[in-house]
Design a protein around this ligand. Structure first.
Ligand code: GUN
Ligand code: FE
Length: 466
């Protein structure tokens, strides 16, 4: 364990959906185990200085640099990283068959998985994604490799072996529900063993503090037999610390195919709920075509939404726009997802920009329907990318902002680099720019070259700086 850390300088984080706290001259103290132990918001003349812990390593942020909380990516297909952006214009099931499944099939080879996951996890960290909820491929060994790599690199992550025992080509389909369930349980046990919790099922094995956690991952109802969905629901019932993620009401083609396979259910909420899959630890990706009934059910079941505007507006089924403002109004938890694969970017900054564009489109689409929905502001999408995602993953007590007691997952943003090789596309900071303006320039035009250091639990895990 290292020494305590101290950061002094500008810091920006969300207090809630609409309140961004912009601090020009703050001090954060981090314990050797990565917890925020003190946060002095102002060092104005006359304010007594915080006593610094003995042996602390003190970092002074130069003017123009600032700290933000790390980004939380609530929906990411790690094996699709090598195919980001491919297959534009295809409907979802055709895109899976033609573009995605051939790529995911490569992960039957552990050495390919190791090489690719090394690169992809490194890429996500460099872009400031300090927490990710990953779908692995359906291969158990590669899933364990993904968890190992997150653990070794120090990324906070949920890792799920993808379940798919039907409606996929033979070369990628699992051979029956029993095998799929057994391998899933083995992966859950293995991932828990990484944080020293290997044993026997039940809530006592679910370490709330573990950096890498398992997540049950039925790809979507179309790719799972009722027997498999039943077994996964039973796993969740046996262990209420286990999270679950799936694709939900993503596109017309997907909704029609789901109805044809499960004619007893009008609503996907009822379908997944009937198999015992929905609860407060459920992360539902996309949620673009939602009836009022679906929204009511998600609110009542306390499920979270992974809003993936890049994928929704490009691949999969045309221009789909999730009703995020309505989710928020109803108290449904919302985070953002790169959907790396269907989404063309590894960058939460890009997702935030597209979330704003999507919300503008939603306002236009809803015009005349008596809906007073407004677009999402910069403050709101920043909240969704940090605290919102933390809430969706039930990590709101641990990460999301710089509250004392939380863990220090953060990005040190620099807007001052003059190195030509590193010079970023960011709109230049000019004399007289306020910190708010600099922040706005970063969110709208910055990239990983502006992320000098990335920290998870106080450990430096990536960055463009030395
Ligand atoms: N539905 C089922 N699988 C997938 C996937 O890999 N990506 C997206 N966007 N939708 C899906
Ligand atoms: Fe997806």
């Amino acid at each position: 364990m290292g020494s305590p850390l101290v950061f002094r300088g500008a810091m920006i984080h969300s207090l809630d959906l609409t309140h961004l706290e912009i601090l020009e001259n703050a001090t954060l103290i981090i314990s050797p185990d990565g917890r925020i132990t003190a946060f002095q918001k102002s060092s104005a003349p006359g304010t007594p200085d915080l006593p610094l812990p003995a042996g602390a390593k003190v970092h002074h942020l130069p003017p123009g640099d600032f700290l933000i909380p790390g980004f939380v990516d609530t929906h990411n297909h790690a094996p699709q990283w090598p195919m980001r952006g491919l297959g534009q214009g295809l409907h979802i099931l055709d895109w899976l068959e033609q573009v995605t499944f051939p790529v995911e099939a490569r992960f039957s080879d552990p050495s390919y998985a190791r090489k690719t996951y090394e690169q992809s996890v490194g890429d996500f960290l460099r872009h400031g994604i300090t927490t990710a909820s990953y779908y692995s491929s359906r291969h158990a060994e590669s899933t364990r490799i993904l968890a190992d790599i997150c653990h070794a690199k120090g990324q906070r992550a949920f890792v799920g072996k993808c379940n798919m025992d039907r409606n996929a080509p033979e070369y990628i389909r699992e051979q029956g529900a029993a095998d799929s369930l057994r391998e899933t349980e083995e992966c859950v046990r293995y991932i828990r063993s990484l944080s020293g919790h290997g044993g026997g099922g039940g809530a006592e094995t679910g370490d709330e503090q573990a950096l890498v956690k398992p997540i049950v991952t039925p790809r979507f109802a179309i790719s799972c037999t009722p027997e498999l969905l039943t077994g996964l629901g039973e796993m969740l019932k046996r262990d209420d610390t286990l999270a679950m993620q799936t694709h939900f009401n993503e596109a017309e083609q997907e909704i029609e195919a789901t109805r044809a396979l499960f004619p007893a259910y009008e609503s996907e909420a009822d379908l997944y709920d009937a198999f015992g899959l929905l609860g407060r630890r459920s992360v539902l990706a996309h949620c673009t075509i939602m009836t009022d009934y679906d929204k009511e059910r998600l609110a009542a079941l306390r499920c979270g939404v992974a809003h993936c505007p890049i994928a929704n507006m490009t691949v999969g089924g045309g221009f789909m726009v999730a009703p995020v403002r309505d989710f928020l109004r109803r108290g449904i938890k919302v985070g953002l997802g790169t959907d790396s694969g269907g989404g063309w970017a590894s960058q939460m900054l890009a997702v935030m920009r597209l979330a704003m564009i999507a919300s503008n489109a939603r306002v236009v689409l809803d015009r005349g329907r008596g809906d007073d929905a407004s677009s999402l502001s910069l403050e709101e999408v920043f909240y969704l990318a940090t605290m919102g995602g933390a809430g969706v993953l039930c990590l709101e007590d641990q990460i999301g902002n710089f509250e004392v007691g939380k863990q220090f997952d953060a990005v040190w943003v620099t807007t001052t680099t003059t190195d030509t090789a590193l010079r970023s596309a960011m709109t230049p900071r000019e004399e007289g720019d306020s910190l708010k303006t600099t922040f706005e320039k970063f969110v709208m035009t910055g990239d990983d070259r502006n992320m000098a250091h990335v920290y998870v639990r106080g450990r430096r895990v990536a960055g463009a700086g030395d």
